[in-house]
Design a protein around this ligand. Structure first.
Ligand code: XUL
Ligand code: CO
Length: 440
């Protein structure tokens, strides 16, 4: 077995005093927080597509990446090499999971049968490698957006043949996810949307999307896949409008088609911000609906309007994300998948390590701060007090459904002008700063 990332060993935890870029400053996997190790809280995953497939191309220039497998030319040899590279990478970083699209792990052949054979070969190799590794599959998914056949969408294509093709692809991807012990299966509707309503039967497309998801639920049951099915919202890109716009839209869609018991959400930071929400907003919407399943951990750029998929380093975001995760009682099957790529100018192999270390440290710090914020009840006590009026008197009657407009009018005529108190936003923001900087 050849070593791909020569010169990089197992990444140690050295604490905040360290200036070794190949060491963790906050991520101490065995450190126990609230009865659980950091490793079990955070459940990090490497995204195969960004780490082993992406080359740093952008619309203005080709790839810049230098990778240890660059000299391998045969597509299947390359696929096998990347299996080895994946395990080596995860093991060196101590990352317990990885995630893939079917087309990341094996290249497409001339027809579906041959493509599936290739997949089987690579899956056998992954399975073999898993025997002497602790690294597991967090989730599998299908790439039904890159191939030109999906130009009009996959399950929302105007072509029934494309719908059938996508179904065949998801069928196989679910089978291999099951075979590899994947804990979730993700649906990200890459081209499930439209460019113009002038050529779109929106009702049929949405009905078909629901039909497709129903078939997926049935097939998961049929093959005994017990993992969580997840939908990953995104408002746009590559299409102008994607049907899985944001958490609220997806939840409404699932409920209106009777599918909400079978799916949870995989919330991606940069997708939430593209939808003009904060990352925390979409996590909160998912959490209060008991549908927060997993997270694609990354961040966008405030000045760029597209999905930049940067490694997450913003401590406010990681803290508030972990706040939502802890408030829901932690991950079950989900985790923090680094759907993140190093910048085009960060083209050396070590940059892959630096990117992941930066993200892992930012989330480890976020976890610690979020835990303290919750333990001290910083926001929760404030929120409880802010809504106190609904726990007594007329408020309690509203909550209990005991009163209607007539009773409320009678109450108001007697009560007069409501007395209000400040929302104290600046005080709370300042407290958040004090907790992040550990001055409190
Ligand atoms: C694209 C994206 C995908 C999904 C999986 O924006 O996030 O990589 O996570 O298909
Ligand atoms: Co994603």
């Amino acid at each position: 077995m050849s070593e791909f990332f020569k010169g990089v060993g197992k990444i140690p935890y050295e604490g905040t005093g360290s200036d070794n870029p190949l060491a963790f400053k906050y991520y101490n996997p065995d450190e126990v927080i609230d009865g659980k190790t950091m490793k079990d809280h955070l459940r990090f995953a490497v995204a195969y597509w960004h780490t082993f497939q992406a080359r740093g191309a952008d619309p203005f220039g080709s790839g810049t990446a230098i990778r240890p497998w660059d000299s391998i030319t045969d597509p299947m040899d390359l696929a096998f090499a990347k299996v080895e590279a994946n395990f080596e990478f995860c093991e060196k970083l101590g990352i317990p999971f990885f995630c893939f699209h079917d087309r990341d792990i094996a290249p497409e052949a001339d027809n579906l049968a041959e493509t599936n054979k290739r997949l089987d070969q690579v899956v056998a190799r992954i399975k073999d490698r898993m025997k002497n590794s602790d690294v597991k599959l967090l989730w599998g998914t299908t790439n039904a957006f890159s191939n030109p056949r999906f130009v009009h969408g996959a399950s929302t294509s105007c072509s029934a043949d494309v719908f059938a093709y996508a179904a065949s692809q998801v069928k196989k991807a679910m089978e291999i996810t099951l075979e590899l012990g994947g804990q979730n299966y993700v649906f990200w509707g890459g081209r499930e949307g439209y460019e113009t309503l002038l050529n779109t039967d929106m009702k049929l497309e949405l009905d078909n999307l629901a039909r497709f998801l129903k078939m997926a639920v049935d097939y998961a049951k049929e093959i005994g896949f017990k993992g969580q099915l997840l939908i990953e919202p995104k408002p746009k890109e590559p299409t102008k409008h994607q049907y899985d716009f944001d958490a609220a839209t997806v939840i409404g869609f699932l409920k209106s088609y009777g599918l909400s018991d079978y799916f949870k959400l995989n919330i991606e930071a940069n997708h939430a911000t593209l939808a003009q929400h904060s990352f925390q907003h979409d996590l909160r919407v998912s959490r209060i609906n008991n549908m927060l399943g997993s997270i694609d951990a990354n961040q966008g750029d405030m000045l760029l309007g597209w999905d930049t998929d940067q490694f997450p380093t913003n401590l406010y975001d990681t803290t508030l994300a972990m706040y939502e995760v802890l408030m829901m009682g932690g991950f079950t099957t989900g985790g923090l998948n680094f759907d993140a790529k190093v910048r085009r100018a960060s083209f050396e192999p070590e940059d892959l390590f630096y990117g992941h270390i930066a993200g892992m440290d930012a989330f480890a710090k976020g976890l610690k701060v979020a835990h303290r914020l919750i333990k001290d009840g910083v926001f929760e006590k404030f929120i409880q007090k802010r809504y106190e009026s609904f726990t007594q008197g007329i408020g309690a009657d509203i909550v209990a459904g005991k009163v209607g407009f007539k009773e409320l009018e009678a109450y108001t005529l007697k009560n007069g002008e409501p007395k209000l108190v400040s929302g104290r936003q600046e005080v709370l923001e300042s407290l958040l700063n004090l907790y992040i900087t550990e001055t409190k």
